[in-house]
Design a protein around this ligand. Structure first.
Ligand code: PBG
Ligand code: ZN
Length: 328
């Protein structure tokens, strides 16, 4: 029997040809760069498990923003490390909270940038959970609906401070609706919600929790973040968030959840955001520091894989490096 050879290699024979038939691309305009802002002055403190990622105080933050802007980065997500933590997460929704101050400061200098506020309370609560905790005699519960009120107040104060996008990461039920209603009532109907719609209870957040000092003091986040074993449940989470008015749908983490990114892409028209989370970053940095991998090639391939899976946008700590590499 004659079997004809299928000539796939015809379209791979030169760089021009390969460039011509390429299906996906990574661009600096796809990227969102996370910033960690702390109180104090002159602070530029490296996060030990995240080489190249720092806590900045308000005065040192601007140099970092300027550097990223010079590399072509236009979108930032801001996380705050408060001075004091308490049961009501007071600093999360205070006008002078660290995130609110950072938003105002960046806005003053760069009106063209897209500033995204992460809306959660785990950095700001003394127990480190993403909502209000009621302590019973032998156990504690997260009060979903009481948390919504706190989150809505936080979102409005962030919008008032100049956030262009509100990105709620708390995984309480109904948070998109509650935040949408509060933003609208405060005159922020033009501010979109980038929902962490599908957020798994993941070990990949470890370095971030070191960075943000937001490890839960008891228990874990499994009553509100998703079980890594579940895929269909991600559709239900995304569906309710879309119905409640989410303008963007996020999947987090990204690397171990490429199937979920693809599933959301196929089922929803909203822009899909992949969060390339802290441990995904730390693993690459550790291997690169040992000389075991080609960092540039690995990072570009991984992020391109997220685009190929269906992400339109990637939140990544590698953003500055990627911007540099895409230029060269
Ligand atoms: C807080 C929050 C977390 C991350 C972003 N916002 C961690 C968590 O749920 O504990 C993770 C980011 C990362 O690991 O890079 N709700
Ligand atoms: Zn949280």
């Amino acid at each position: 029997m004659h079997f004809p050879i299928v000539r796939h290699r015809r379209l791979r024979q030169s760089k021009v040809m390969r460039d011509l038939v390429r299906e996906h691309a990574l661009s600096v305009s796809d990227l969102i760069y996370p910033l960690f802002v702390a109180h104090g002055s002159g602070v530029k403190e490296q996060i030990p498990s995240m080489p190249g990622v720092y806590h900045f105080s308000l005065d040192t933050l601007m140099a970092e923003v300027d550097e990223a802007v010079a590399l072509g980065i236009r979108a930032f997500i801001v996380f705050g490390i408060p001075q004091t933590k308490d049961g009501d997460a007071c600093e999360a929704h205070a006008d002078h909270g660290i995130v609110q101050q950072a938003l105002r400061k960046i806005r003053e200098q760069h009106c063209e940038l897209l500033l995204i506020a992460d809306t959660c309370v785990c950095q700001f609560t003394d127990h480190g959970h993403c909502g209000v905790v009621h302590q019973h005699e032998h156990y504690a519960v997260i009060d979903n609906d009481a948390s919504l009120e706190l989150l809505a107040r936080t979102a409005v104060s962030q919008a008032r401070a100049g956030a262009d996008v509100i990105a709620p990461s708390n995984m309480m039920d109904g948070f998109v609706y509650a935040i949408r209603a509060a933003l609208d009532a405060a005159g922020f109907e033009h501010i979109p919600i980038m929902s962490y719609a599908v957020k798994y209870a993941s070990a990949y957040y470890g370095p971030f929790r070191d960075a943000a000092h937001s490890t839960p003091q008891f228990g874990d986040r499994r009553t509100y973040q998703m079980d890594p074993a579940n895929a269909r449940e991600a559709l239900r989470e995304a569906q309710s968030d879309a119905a409640e008015g989410a303008d963007f749908l996020m999947v987090k983490p990204a690397l171990a959840y490429m199937d979920i990114i693809k599933m959301l892409r196929e089922n929803f028209d909203q822009p899909i955001v992949a969060y390339n989370v802290s441990a995904e970053y730390s693993m690459v940095k550790a291997a690169a520091a040992n000389g075991w991998i080609d960092e540039r090639a690995i990072v570009l391939e991984t992020l391109l894989g997220m685009k190929r899976a269906g992400a339109d946008i990637i939140i990544t700590y590698h953003a500055k490096d990627v911007a540099r590499w895409l230029r060269a």
